[in-house]
Ligand binder design. Structure first.
Ligand SMILES: [Cu+2]
Length: 290
C-alpha cells in the first residue's frame, strides 16, 4: 500500500533525524490517499504530457542552477565575501524549485543541501558539504577562508546533477507525491528556520519550494479539474495564501531575513502549507497513482 510515498518518507527520514515526527503524519496521509478513488477519466497516457513538461521545467531550473552556482562558487573562491553572500540565496532558489523530486537523486541532495545536524560532527564533519557548509563559512564565520574545496565540490555536484537529470525518467507518482512531501517538510521542519540557519534567507527557499510544488500541481490540474473543482479551488487558494504572506516580505532584491517574519504570519503560513501538504497528498490517488 502506497509504497512509493512511504519509501519517499523513509529515505527523507534517513537523510535527517529531524524528520522522525513526520512518520506519524505520513501514515495519516497515506491512509487518506489510499481510500481516494481515482477518477475514471485519468488514463496512464494522460500523465505523459505533464511529466514531459515537468522534465522541461526541471531541466531549465538546473541550467540556471549551473550558471548561477558557477558565479557563486567563483565569488567564494575569489575571496569576494560580499558578492558570495549576495549570491547565496538567489542561486539556491533553482535547487529549491526542483526539491519535490530530490528523492530521485538523494545522494546528491545530501551532498548539495544537507544541514549540519545531518552529520555526526555537525559543522566540523568532513562529510558536511554543499550550500549550507558554504553558508556556514560566509555568514557564521564571515569569511571565505578554507571554502575553496567546498566550492569546487558543490560545482562538481551540480554538474553531476545536470548530467543525471538529462537521462532520468520521472515516475509520475514520485513527481506528484514529491510535491506533497516537500510541502510537509516545509510545514514540519523548514518553518523553524532550520534550513538557512546562518543566513536566515529561508523565505527565498519557501518561495521556491512553493513555486516548484505549484508547478507540479498546475501541470496535473487539467486532469482533475472537471471532476473536482472544489479541490482545485482549495489548493489554489492555499497557494495564494502562501504567496500573499511572502509578498509582504519582498524586497527589491528578494526577501527579508527570516527573523522579520511575525509570529502571526508564521502561523498562517504554517497552516496554509500544512493544508497544502495534506491536499496534495491525495493527488496521487485522484490520478490513479495510489
Ligand atoms: Cu533545500
Amino acid at each position: 500500500m502506497e509504497k512509493g510515498i512511504r519509501e519517499m518518507f523513509t529515505r527523507r527520514v534517513q537523510r535527517a533525524r529531524r524528520y522522525r515526527a513526520l512518520i506519524l503524519a505520513a501514515s495519516t496521509f497515506v491512509g487518506a490517499a489510499a481510500i481516494q478513488p481515482a477518477f475514471a477519466e485519468v488514463a496512464p497516457y494522460d500523465l505523459v504530457t505533464p511529466v514531459a513538461e515537468y522534465k522541461i521545467y526541471v531541466t531549465e531550473s538546473v541550467q540556471k542552477l549551473v550558471t548561477e552556482t558557477r558565479a557563486f562558487t567563483e565569488a567564494v573562491k575569489a575571496g569576494n565575501l560580499d558578492k558570495a553572500k549576495a549570491l547565496f540565496a538567489p542561486t539556491r532558489t533553482h535547487y529549491e524549485a526542483i526539491e519535490p523530486i530530490a528523492e530521485l537523486f538523494s545522494d546528491l541532495d545530501a551532498s548539495i543541501d544537507s544541514r549540519a545536524d545531518d552529520h555526526e560532527q555537525a559543522e566540523k564533519d568532513p562529510g558536511f558539504t554543499g550550500f549550507h557548509r558554504i553558508e556556514y563559512g560566509l555568514f557564521e564565520q564571515k569569511s571565505t577562508e578554507g571554502l575553496t574545496p567546498y566550492a569546487d565540490k558543490l560545482m562538481a555536484d551540480v554538474l553531476e546533477l545536470q548530467k543525471r537529470i538529462a537521462s532520468l525518467t520521472f515516475p509520475p507518482d514520485k513527481v506528484v507525491g514529491g510535491a506533497a512531501v516537500l510541502m510537509e517538510e516545509v510545514a514540519a521542519t523548514k518553518i523553524s528556520g532550520e534550513e538557512d540557519r546562518y543566513s536566515h534567507t529561508d523565505l527565498w527557499d519557501f518561495d521556491a519550494n512553493s513555486a516548484g510544488s505549484k508547478k507540479i500541481f498546475d501541470l496535473f490540474r487539467p486532469l482533475i479539474e472537471k471532476d473536482d473543482k472544489a479541490f482545485v479551488s482549495k489548493v489554489e487558494a492555499n497557494f495564494a495564501k502562501v504567496d500573499k504572506i511572502l509578498d509582504k516580505y519582498k524586497t527589491k532584491d528578494g526577501f527579508e531575513t527570516y527573523d522579520k517574519l511575525t509570529d502571526a504570519d508564521r502561523k498562517v503560513l504554517a497552516g496554509a502549507v500544512n493544508t497544502l501538504a495534506e491536499d496534495l497528498s491525495t493527488l496521487r490517488g485522484k490520478l490513479g497513482l495510489g
